[in-house]
Design a protein around this ligand. Structure first.
Ligand code: MF3
Ligand code: CO
Length: 248
């Protein structure tokens, strides 16, 4: 069941989305060679607390941190650690969920660490571009698979792979609500988009093959072929007209 949100609910989600955006802005300055992924976690925790909100990933299915920090060939769910120092040329995806009075916003950005090579740049740009191509169809009058199809085409036209094992989702009082939103075309529910739906559109893409495995920490998903990955996500609201992006 896809939950349609009221104006009051949307207001709480927008407030959470603003905090996501503030954190992403701050991370632009923080992320440099030599910092650890734990420094990113501390920053997310501090800004979230300052606003009286909660980082909803902490404790979710036992996840131990306030943000997922996935470096290079790590696709999603990398766990922040003091020991993981970022190096010049790395890329790091920072995926976070902020909860405001029970309502959530979820977003991710992939950052370059210092100067990165052209292939890594193109990978990050393509994840972002795929999001914006996808949301051209995030309107009343289209169906969910129209979004998935546009995301997949954008990524594959660049010669990159689309992750199959993780998908976008609805969001609200739960981090993951219906519908599931694959970044590729596959059989399954294909609902019409309706005003008041709140959706996380999140292309997760790789340089090479889309197959992933989970490391022994039971969280970190890495590509099997070692290709690097990028991830770009926003929470959006379906409206009468253009989608509203609340985490930008
Ligand atoms: N933020 C992720 C998403 O985009 C979910 C992270 S799972 C967690 O859906 F356990 F790390 F919180
Ligand atoms: Co998400």
């Amino acid at each position: 069941m896809i939950v349609i949100k009221s104006e009051h609910e949307l207001k709480l989600m927008r407030e959470a989305g603003k905090v996501c955006a503030e954190i992403f802005k701050g991370l632009e300055d923080l992320i440099k060679p030599g910092i650890s992924t734990k420094d990113i976690d501390d920053y997310v925790e501090a800004v979230t607390k300052k606003h009286g909100m909660r980082a909803a990933e902490k404790g979710y299915c036992g996840y131990p941190a306030s943000v997922c920090t996935s470096v290079n060939d790590e696709v999603v769910h990398g766990i922040p650690s003091k020991k993981r120092k970022l190096q010049e040329g790395d890329i790091v995806s920072c995926d976070l969920v902020i909860e405001n009075k029970g309502y959530m916003a979820d977003a991710c950005r992939t950052y370059p660490v210092g100067t990165v090579d052209d292939e890594a740049k193109r990978l990050m740009e393509t994840a972002e571009k795929a999001f914006f191509e996808g949301i051209k169809y995030a309107k009343v009058g289209y169906r969910l698979r129209d979004v998935s199809k546009a995301v997949q085409k954008t990524v594959e036209d660049e010669g990159f792979g689309v992750i199959r094992d993780f998908v976008g989702h609805g969001i609200g009082t739960e981090m993951h609500e219906d519908p599931q939103i694959p970044n590729y075309v596959c059989p399954g529910p294909n609902p019409r988009l309706q005003k008041g739906m709140t959706l996380c559109i999140e292309p997760m893409i790789t340089e090479g093959d889309w197959e992933v495995e989970v490391l022994e920490d039971d969280w970190t998903a890495v590509t099997i072929d070692g290709g690097w990955a990028a991830h770009y996500e926003n929470t959006i609201v379906i409206t009468d007209g253009e989608p509203e992006i609340i985490t930008l």
